[in-house]
Design a protein around this ligand. Structure first.
Ligand SMILES: [Zn+2]
Ligand SMILES: [Zn+2]
Length: 286
């Protein structure tokens, strides 16, 4: 199964769980962390988790999240959080991360001393690895490799992703198209947050297409697990080229046409979908 969660989906997942009064499980947290792409996203994820009032298990903080902290002060803060009720456990990765983020060798040596106080014995050679983003990335990749192996072993990620899809569908099932359009067009007064916005845009494009590809005008080739026509959302002006994530700039395409439009980049296709996007704006919900 081809799964890839992006940051918007991850933040939405956390919010939908919160709505259902569920606390994310360790594997769910690991999966979300696995799909985060940079430190900025890690911070958004961590902030959302805290906003939702979850106290993350040390198992997750000290063995997973710590590898993705790329700022010295924030690493210290994480260490405090980990050790607030628990001084006996030996979390060596936390001190290693602190060393890798240290600005000087002196600071790194101090961390080795500090670690001893917690019963964590680190080799003095660690001090040579201060200020090493390369080593941090290496360790992040190693963590991801292990997670990926586990994923293949126990097939857990598809299950988690299914749970998320189910929550997402349940959420959108109760939201009429008009509401989505309203939220998306009242840019300033909108209640929806930045991340939900992009999820809303995707939902808008799929809803407005009514199950018909907006390039070849044929019905979706199959239905997804929830019984909805399978179409992909395409940004007419690519986001990477400054296109906006807005109603004027999206259409829903069948997988074939989606490939075609990216691959051939034909002017005629471009014009057609642009026209469709305009017409969409004036369409009303079923
Ligand atoms: Zn098509
Ligand atoms: Zn596309």
């Amino acid at each position: 199964m081809n799964i890839k969660m992006n940051i918007d989906e991850i933040l939405l997942f956390l919010d939908l769980m919160e709505k259902e009064k569920k606390t994310p499980l360790l594997d769910e947290l690991k999966m979300m962390l696995y799909y985060l792409e940079n430190y900025d996203e890690v911070k958004k994820f961590y902030k959302k988790v805290k906003e939702n009032g979850y106290r993350l298990p040390n198992k997750f903080l000290a063995f997973s999240l710590v590898h993705f902290i790329e700022n010295f002060e924030e690493c210290i803060a994480l260490k405090k959080e980990i050790y607030q009720n628990n001084t006996k456990r030996k979390y060596s990765d936390v001190f290693i991360q602190q060393i890798l983020l240290s600005g000087t060798k002196e600071q790194a040596k101090e961390t080795i001393e500090e670690a001893k106080g917690y019963g964590v014995l680190l080799k003095n050679t660690w001090a040579d690895k201060y200020d090493s983003i390369r080593e941090i990335i290496k360790r992040q990749e190693e963590w991801k490799r292990i997670i990926k192996e586990q994923l293949i072993e126990n097939d857990n990620f598809p299950k988690i992703y299914n749970d998320f899809s189910r929550l997402k569908h349940k959420y959108f099932d109760n939201i009429p198209l008009e509401y989505i359009k309203g939220e998306l067009s009242n840019r300033n007064q909108s209640q929806i947050s930045v991340y939900t916005r992009s999820v809303f845009i995707k939902e808008y494009a799929r809803r407005i297409s009514n199950g018909v590809c907006q390039l070849c005008d044929k019905g979706a080739p199959f239905r997804d697990k929830h019984g909805n026509p399978f179409l992909e959302v395409h940004h007419i002006q690519y986001l990477s080229e400054g296109g906006s994530d807005s109603m004027e700039n999206v259409v829903a395409l069948c997988p074939n046409c989606h490939r075609r439009i990216h691959h051939l980049q034909l002017e005629a296709d471009f014009k057609k979908v642009l026209e469709k996007a305009k017409i969409n704006l004036n369409k009303n919900g079923e």
